[in-house]
Design a binder for this molecule. Sequence first.
Ligand SMILES: Nc1ncnc2c1ncn2[C@@H]1O[C@H](COP(=O)(O)OP(=O)(O)OP(=O)(O)O)[C@@H](O)[C@H]1O
Length: 679
Amino acid sequence: MKKVAFIYKNRENQEVISYLENTLYHIFEGYIEIRSYFIGELLPNEQIEADAYLLVYEDMIYKLRNHISNFYKVILLGRSIRKEFLHDMLEIPKDTKVLIVNDTYKTAIQTTYTIYELGISHLNLIPYNNKLAASGKYNEIEYAITPNEENLVPKTIKRVVNIGYREISFETLLKLMRKLNLDNDVINRNIIRHLHTIIEPNTDYHDNYYNSYLKGKLLNSVVDTSLTAIVMLNESLKVVYSNDKANSIFDLNMNTQFEYIDNELIKGKDLINYPLVLADGNYIFKKTTIRLGGEKIGYLLNLDSEKTLHDIKNNLKNYNVKKGLIAKHTFQDIVFKSDSMAECIDASKKVAKTDYTILIRGETGTGKELIAQAIHNYSNRRNAPFVAVNCAAIPETLLESELFGYEGGSFTGAQKNGKLGFFEQADTGTLFLDEIGDISPNLQTRLLRAIQEKQIMRIGSDKVIDVDIRIVAATNSKLEETVQKGKFRADLFYRLNVIPIFLKPLRQRKDDILPLLKIFLGKDYNNVTKGEEKLLVEYQWPGNIRQLQSAALYYKTLWKFPEYLYEIKNRTATDPFESVGSVKGKNNVDERIPVDVHDVIHKILTEIYENTQAYHGIGRSAIIGNLNMQGIKISDAKLRTILSNLETQGLISIKRGRCGTQITKKGIQFMKQMGTNFF
Ligand SMILES: Nc1ncnc2c1ncn2[C@@H]1O[C@H](COP(=O)(O)OP(=O)(O)OP(=O)(O)O)[C@@H](O)[C@H]1O
């Protein structure tokens, strides 16, 4: 509790005294204790101990020489008038003589001064002097203004404006708050409320106060919500300021010695990103010396906890995961044994660390996207978004707006608020443009500009937006030929082809076939015969790893590989999905299915998926009916076998009763792997 000494001349005007003191109690609620002193009653050497002294008159200061030891704490009481009385004073006609009536001539002069100071200059104000009153000097004056001293107003006055007790000025309250070191939210709020009720002479003063208060609030909220611990020390290493984060790490008290970090380190040269080990963990430390006119006056310390930085990274990553802007795979997920793949991974790791544009080339299913994801996750952009776009899968008209985004209302059907394009979504991260060979000439031009300038413009906008992205493109076509035919811009090709990475087809890296199959089959690989292994290695795999994946699924479901593998005529690069499969089920019923089995499984899973979403499942007869409508005939026994195998793989769950069969999470994942597009 701070002590305020209110020093008056005498006790005569007790009402004013309690009015002033109540105002102070009201504003500094619970923070101050006031004691009143009266100059005439002070004993010769009586000491007044207080944190602040409020003097009603300037000339009191001389009389207080023997009573106050620290004159720095003295504040002269400034006065003001309540706003509501301003109007009454302004109503008095110009140049009117107005008597200012107070209890003494001195206070009347003070009030006169206050009124003039408030800008009321159209009146001829005359301070009331009771000695002159008797001489009849004021007889012809019609108006008087008084701060609650109506009883003293001469009877001859016709119109009296009572301006109530004079208030404590805003400036005085502010000085008091600062002297008492009570610059807190409650008191600031009360002072601002008080300010609204009074007229103040100096409006710049308020504005400055408001603005610096607002700025102070802003800085406090930025500094206090910062995840960085911030400590300010003076030149003798005493704490001057610490934010909330710093207080949560250290036990800090203002003005006490800071002992948590080696003093020599703090006093030494400035530091950035200095690794610091403290009792509760590792920190990245930054220290800046603060100087004033070349003199060292203090130190600013910033500490970022390694754990917080780690959490931020994870949150960012989770955000990207939620938005699907994530690369799942890393180089560790790439299964290989061949030298060519080893070289390819080596090269990819090297270029991952650069920002060069990369063009990944290889047949379909060779793992181009896998490599692109691994590159992103190995690069410095790993915590930023990875946005993959299949340029061939999106119609040309849509692709442009998907890539560059558009402004609200720029074309019919556009979203009201516009749309962020892939370029902007990938900002600071990687944009993977798959099947780049398929983009139209118009888009090629736009893309070239975006890559060269690192800037884009949304459709319907002329505002240029900077984008910081790394482009990884992929193609399975012979782009050089497309360039020669004039269908792909040569300049764009060279821009993309800065670092080419070639993925060999599986048939040219046969060493990878069995290791990959082992991963895809898991323990089921134990059932694969030597003969089958030989067939697998000899097969041409036109669909590459994706085809091998399908063959593995086929095996897991039907305990044998697709027929094309056993047919010598197919051991060349042909399309496996045109073959007619023969299926041998668990119950040994050999049935011919007139279309590819892989396709049938996919269709069955799609039926189950769609019905799980809409009706929580589907029964066998409905599946048979729906497949029938798609021209696929399948017996109940066959379907039961397939379903039971799919269930064994954990891809579906067969529920008895009304629900029927449902897709599982693993099943959905599997369908995605098979290339199913879910909308
Ligand atoms: N070396 C590998 N190790 C493990 N999985 C692989 C490997 N190569 C490819 N795959 C898997 O094979 C599938 C096809 O790979 P990916 O989609 O990367 O090929 P792609 O060349 O981009 O195909 P497309 O040209 O058709 O887009 C993916 O499921 C991928 O995870």
